[in-house]
Design a binder for this molecule. Sequence first.
Ligand SMILES: [Zn+2]
Length: 419
Amino acid sequence: MSQVNQSKIYDYVKQHGSILEEYLETLGAFGQLEEGGIIRPVYSPQWLDAQKQVAEWMNEAGLAVRTDGIGNLWGKLEGTEGGKIFASGSHLDTVKGGGKYDGGLGILSALVALRFLKEVYGQPRYSLEVVALCEEEGSRFNKTFLGSRAITGTLPVEELDENVDPAGISIRQAAIECGFDPSQLEAARRSDLDGFIELHIEQGRLLDDAKLEVGIVQAITGTRHLGVTFEGQADHAGTTPMDLRKDALVAAAHAITRIQAIPLQMGRPAVATVGKLSLEPGATNIVPALVHITVDIRHSDQAKKERLISEIELACREAAASQGVTVHIEQHQDRVPAPMTPAIINLLQETADELGITNMPMVSGAGHDSQVMVEQIPTGMIFVPSIAGRSHSRAEYTPLQEILPGVALLAQALYKLAY
Ligand SMILES: [Zn+2]
């Protein structure tokens, strides 16, 4: 550990890091709601203003600024040698009532990292780029990852016209109104990137609880959504003896307690959530006939995720059988786990240790652009703490001193890659 904190860039980050706080405050004002929190859906006026602000900061940092056809904003620090390009960034859009760290912090950390690297070391050998991805959250078009899917060439052109917002405006139309040229979607693809690192708040409480400075993401969790319908029989609540009922809600209740117990027994990071429940006919004096629940199931290991799903499905069938009701299970969304690239994981791990930055390997339970990027580009993620794990909320908060170790790690990793 002789190299602990012997990094010029880490010292520089500590000395000049307050600029990141200014950036965060300024960016967080775009789309700020009266009651607190931010709403900044892609292509909205406040989103466009935010993008212009980030472009201005990129210019000030001496980066070459451009936007692509879908509306990703890029700032480039040209290398002295051609051949390789490494990028860092995150998404500019927010959920409704979101905080100022989700997405924004990853863009601004990358911007600050490039700016500081340039100020300390000058021009890199290989090019470095900051990207403000246009869209990740799906809060306007019910489609997610527009920016990263355009970059990886996995955004079908039909989606631009098929998907409309609640006002009936298509992705294409909204992009054009912002001055982008979505007919250039193909040109937004980046097959020339040699690496991508995304810094993001954890959005959970593990780092805060462990009092560690950064998490090195090993994988982004896989998700399966199930729709489960229990069908029993509506009967009179007064005249139907308990032993003669086919109560769909009791079956669902048995299933739900198992849906909690199964991942708990499997251990972290297995999770399963029943987030929606509806029942019919829904009257005080009628035995419930029909209950529909949704189940969100996540694990970062594909085999364990499949085991979790089959155990939960079995639990639903057993719960139904125990009450004499039928069950129907529908498979909805499925996303396979996305392991991050081992070379980038190792780079981040080693660099954190060299800098004396306390860290632990983590799984991301939330989805991120990095899970799309890693399909085509060597990719890794740095998590910084979220105080009390709060996110997708105006309560989202991380003090500057808990952000800067992550920024230093990002900068030093980019230094190793590009200088
Ligand atoms: Zn995010």
